[in-house]
Design a binder for this molecule. Sequence first.
Ligand code: AVI
Length: 328
Amino acid sequence: MNMNATISTPVAAPSSNISFLRDVIIGLRADFKSLPSKYFYDDEGDLLFQQIMACRDYYLFDCELEIFENSSGGIADLFEKWDGAFDLIELGAGDATKTIYLLKELLKRRLDFTYLPIDISGHIIQGLEQSLPDQLTGLKLNAVHGEYFESLEKVCRTSSRPRAILFLGANIGNMPPSETVDFCHRLRNCLTAGDMVIVVFDLKKNPEQIRKAYDDDDGWTKKFNLNLLKRINKELGADFEVESFGHYCNYSPENGSCSSYLVALKDMKVSIAGQSFVFKRDECIWTETSHKYTLEEINRLADTTGFSPRRQFEDSRKWFVDVAWITV
Ligand code: AVI
């Protein structure tokens, strides 16, 4: 992919959309076109993602929920080693649906902890501040609005208590493997020996099962993918004919990557902020990859980034795993 294509100055973009426009232009000027998956999540994208999570073919949500429903006791045991107060930090907390099971268990055991959910969405942080105190009496909550590492580094500078970091939702799977290694190194650098991370991975399994999760029979993932073009039309004043694009997804059992594409169904010319982009019939735009792992690969990742695998919790089908690593 040629990410160094020359970019002429875009016109008429509101300042808040400058980086969005820039990323779109870089992606669509590349030899193999791409769009960054982080832009899936506007209001409509959030709603579509909720539909994906509720649909039968997207097994990931149910697997993770099952682990938290059934294994929160086992996960909570890991925190008993700390006699005094500790911080429980969650990256990308969302609505904390699954974390609530663990928080309830920790509160039941009267462990002394502060829950610090970090999220880039101010809307989500406000929601947590409003809903959690009612649901979890006695919870010490310090919700942080901001980018993951900036917020994490700030939190770590202001407290010297032992800490555990949660990174749930198999979000780690949306990073390319090389970025995953950097991410784990960065996490390690925010921690001291004996601290803990709990990360959730989607495991390699029957390839058709995985592929279906990203091409569900109800068409929610297709709508979610196409919504990216609708968003570009809405926010960047583009003129994509959205119904002239299809959704294609391919899982490679060889490298564990499930990639999604938008496919042009005919020759088209699209204008975005005064720039013109040509799409040939059947040309693809790569929009997202979700990586799947084996337990061996996960343990290797821990070993190479300064962690020691301590425990793992799987769902009954062994499709999903929640790993606890200790900082060495
Ligand atoms: C957020 N992330 C873990 C989802 C996944 O499974 O990769 C995003 C998603 N994309 C399509 N369906 C779900």
